[in-house]
Design a binder for this molecule. Structure first.
Ligand SMILES: [Fe+2]
Length: 287
């Protein structure tokens, strides 16, 4: 159609896309155009602002490399990752609540035996013993469930961000025993700032937002016949629980790091409930 007025544009684009054979792609793109056009009509960007928006998108792509996924980070700090997670798995008080995957999960974490430590170099910090179980909603143990763990160091860096840590430090893959139980040793993670050397950092500074996440440990729990659980467990005494820059903290995911008497050791219990479903392994944000 020939455009007479800006109001015609949305219909023109919808008509142009109307023959898309894939019904889901047709639905998604129609909604995207509808909402994007409404956004543009509300914001009325100047030409300079439009260029700036395009530069932001180019920038998050260009800032993405083998060490960092700036596009995932942008989705995280805008609350989109957490929103997708909660829409797909609303809190139901039974299955373990989800939390965003974040930009640092890697495939092929080292296979570990029960009780192994995931600390692969000398690290100063408080020793932490993590233990728990994997069960179905009826409370039956899921023997053989796989528990993929990753976390930041006591100074708040993942191994891929830190030349001082060996490959795959503070990452490990455990298998639940016949009672669905697992345990491992690690060091207490610190809260950390998300990377701020790219366009997302520029945005956070412009918005006067701090870049910190409260201390947490990431888990991905899988078992055949069960929906994959991606979540995080947060330390309860952290002061940034309510202002997590990625909006990942849910009340059921806050846990107590219990000091154990007689030494530099804390204990964290993390029990997981998986619902029936399909095992889907997410795309890794970094290799
Ligand atoms: Fe993290």
């Amino acid at each position: 159609m020939i455009i007479d007025h800006q109001a015609d544009l949305t219909l023109a684009v919808e008509l142009a896309m109307a023959r898309t054979p894939d019904p889901r792609l047709r639905e998604v793109m129609a909604a995207l155009v509808r909402h994007a056009h409404a956004f543009v009509r509300e914001v009325r960007p100047t030409d300079e602002e439009f260029e700036r928006g395009i530069d932001f998108l180019i920038g998050i792509g260009q800032a993405t490399d083998e060490k960092k996924n700036e596009v995932v980070l942008a989705a995280d700090v805008l609350g989109i990752s957490s929103l997708v997670g909660l829409l797909n798995k609303p809190l139901d008080g039974v299955r373990t609540a989800p939390a965003l995957l974040g930009p640092f999960w890697r495939r092929n974490a080292p296979e570990c035996a029960p009780g192994d430590s995931i600390v692969r170099c000398a690290v100063e910090g408080e020793r932490l013993l993590v233990r728990g179980s994997v069960r179905d909603p009826a409370g039956r143990p899921i023997a053989g469930a796989r528990i993929d763990v990753w976390q930041a160091s006591p100074v708040g860096l993942y191994e891929n961000q830190d030349d001082g840590q060996p490959e795959m430090n503070l990452r490990g893959l455990f298998t639940a025993d016949a009672a669905g139980a697992y345990h491992f040793e690690t060091v207490r993670p610190a809260g950390y700032p998300v990377p701020t050397d790219g366009p997302v950092g520029d945005l956070l500074r412009a918005q006067r937002r701090h870049p910190y996440r409260p201390a947490h440990i990431h888990f991905m729990v899988t078992a055949p016949g069960h929906a994959t659980l991606v979540t995080q467990i947060f330390a309860d005494e952290q002061d940034r629980l309510e202002t997590d820059v990625t909006f990942g903290v849910l009340e059921p995911l806050v846990a107590r790091f219990e000091p154990k008497e007689g030494g530099n050791l804390q204990v964290l219990r993390c029990d997981f409930v998986l619902e029936a479903g399909e095992t889907r392994i997410p795309k890794a944000p970094i290799p």
